[in-house]
Design a protein around this ligand. Structure first.
Ligand code: HEC
Length: 98
C-alpha cells in the first residue's frame, strides 16, 4: 500500500481507538455499578442480563425503561433510585431504538 494511504488509515484507526477509549471512560463507572447492582439484586434468579433484556417489552429504549420500572415496583426492587438505574441499564442492553 502506498505510504500516504497507510498514513491516513493509521490516523483514522488511531482516532477510532481514541474515541472508543473516551467512550469507555465516560460510560464505564456507572455501567459497572449497574452491573454490580444487577448481580446483587437480580442475577440470583436471572443469571443472564442480556437474555432478560432481549425479552423486555417496549418499542424504544424509553418505552422499555418505563415498562420495566413499572414492573419492578412489585418485583424484588423496592428502592426507587435503584429501580430507575436498573431499568435504564437493562433497557440499554435491550438494544431498542432510542
Ligand atoms: C427470587 C427470584 C427472582 C429475583 C430476585 C428477581 N426475579 Fe425477575 N422473575 C423471577 C421469576 C420466577 C419470573 C417469571 C415469573 C414472573 O413473571 O413473575 C421473573 C420475571 C421477570 C421479568 C419478566 C420478563 C420475563 O422473562 O417474563 C422481568 C423483566 C424480571 N423478572 C426482571 C427482574 C429484575 C430486573 C430483577 C432484579 C431487580 C429480578 N427480576 C429479580 C424471579 C426473580
Amino acid at each position: 500500500m502506498p505510504n500516504a494511504i497507510m498514513f491516513v488509515a493509521r490516523k483514522r484507526t488511531a482516532r477510532r481507538i481514541g474515541l472508543a477509549l473516551l467512550l469507555i471512560a465516560l460510560v464505564s463507572p456507572s455501567t459497572r455499578a449497574d452491573e454490580a447492582l444487577y448481580a446483587r439484586r437480580c442475577a440470583g434468579c436471572h443469571s443472564d442480563a442480556s437474555a432478560l433484556a432481549a425479552r423486555l417489552s417496549g418499542r424504544t429504549t424509553a418505552d422499555v425503561t418505563a415498562n420495566l420500572q413499572q414492573f419492578l415496583t412489585h418485583h424484588h426492587m423496592d428502592d426507587v433510585t435503584e429501580r430507575s438505574r436498573l431499568a435504564k441499564w437493562l433497557a440499554t442492553l435491550s438494544h431498542k431504538p432510542l
